[in-house]
Design a binder for this molecule. Structure first.
Ligand code: FE2
Ligand code: FE2
Length: 373
């Protein structure tokens, strides 16, 4: 419990960041919903200044134009045995037979049960990737309208196309290679709604490009390393090529914008970064998979969160976010308020890992494949 208890209540709706009952009480209450509306009341801004005055964004836009790829070109004819894939990935999230299970809902579990959990976890994870990608599609379309700089409008337009392709590939993979997609996780949905509804254009960037996509880049990288399934591996690698550019877009744009904000305005950005981090940490508790398997959800989440490999996995998800927040000056502004929050969340150790403002050239697999073709 921190001295910020009242503040936590305002930011995340509970005093104690780790209050498991409060976290699990947030559930998706309409899993059959087909349409979800969010009111956005931000101004759409025309600019009559067409001068190309932001060279870093020009470079990024030029890169985006030549790194487009077609989802149809992935090896969709690959036979995927999802049971084998799930089994191979069984321990990738720190959930599995290496957990201490005495006195937990996983006690006495055998291969069959662990296999079922691996299977559900994979469907769940890829489903949340897909929903998050749609969030990115909506946010970038919004940025095209709301950002006042022409170079950023150009770049954001390329990202809209990238995100459409990402939704497409995850939806197609779930539909044709796996079965049992999950509805959007309530914590993720809450975060996406908050990002869309905020009428300050830079908050869209912070929520999406820095926080959601920063986490996605780490999560995709992790799954890309672990998976032995060639189609999924290729798909993730291509998506990562795009995501690295997206995060760079966020870092480069916000660096310029934050330089002229006052302390109170920066504090609001720190608070939003904290809120987003908590929502994403909560979503990775993957409560819906335990529910689908008929387990006591609270006990299962508690046991899973206590697994040592799980803590490492969940920490790694923040390995891009923390250095990028540092680069933007958010970590240490205002007496290091965000540094303290990230310390409480157990992710501060990543602060000196490489940030993502330049990484996109290294990660451009599409260009590499074309050069070697
Ligand atoms: Fe994406
Ligand atoms: Fe993205």
């Amino acid at each position: 419990m921190t001295s910020d208890a009242g503040l936590n209540e305002r930011l995340i709706g509970r005093d104690d960041v780790n209050d498991l009952d409060a976290i699990l009480a947030i559930t998706n209450t309409d899993v059959d919903e087909v349409e979800h509306r969010v009111r956005a009341d931000s101004d759409a801004i025309f600019t009559w200044d067409y001068s190309r005055s932001r060279p870093a964004l020009v470079k990024l836009y030029d890169k985006a134009k030549t790194s487009q790829w077609n989802a149809d070109d992935l090896p969709w004819d690959t036979e995927v045995d999802q049971e084998v894939v799930a089994r191979n990935n069984m321990n990738q999230n720190g959930l599995g037979q290496n957990m201490e299970t005495a006195g937990t809902p996983f006690e006495n579990w055998g291969d069959k049960e662990w296999q079922a959990l691996a299977f559900e976890s994979q469907n769940w994870t890829l489903s949340q990737f897909m929903h998050g990608e749609q969030g990115a599609l909506m946010c970038t379309a919004q940025i095209v309208e709301t950002v006042p700089w022409i170079d950023a409008k150009y770049y954001a337009a390329t990202q809209v196309m990238d995100e459409a392709r990402h939704v497409e590939v995850f939806a197609r993979y779930l539909d044709t290679k796996l079965n049992g997609a999950y509805p959007v996780n309530a914590h993720l949905k809450m975060l996406l709604d908050d990002i869309i509804a905020d009428n300050r254009w830079d908050m869209t960037y912070l929520g999406m490009q820095i926080m959601v996509e920063g986490l996605a880049l780490a999560a995709f990288g992790f799954m890309h390393q672990m998976t032995t399934e060639p189609l999924l591996k290729k798909l993730l690698r291509y998506v990562m090529s795009d995501e690295a550019r997206h995060v760079a877009f966020g870092v480069l744009s916000l660096q310029e914008y934050y330089a002229q904000l006052d302390a109170a305005e920066i504090r609001e950005r720190q608070e939003f970064a904290f809120e987003a981090a908590v929502r994403m940490r909560d979503r990775f508790m993957q409560q819906e998979t335990f529910e689908r398997l008929g387990l006591n959800v609270k006990e299962a989440v508690k046991a899973a969160q206590g697994a040592p490999d799980r803590a490492i996995f969940q920490g790694l998800l923040f390995s891009k976010i923390v250095p990028n927040c540092k680069k933007l000056g958010l970590l240490d502004a205002g007496d290091g308020w965000l540094r303290e929050r990230f310390t409480e969340l157990g992710v501060i150790a990543f602060e000196d890992w490489s940030d993502t403002s330049e990484e996109y050239t290294l990660l451009d697999e599409v260009a590499k494949d074309r050069a070697s073709a």
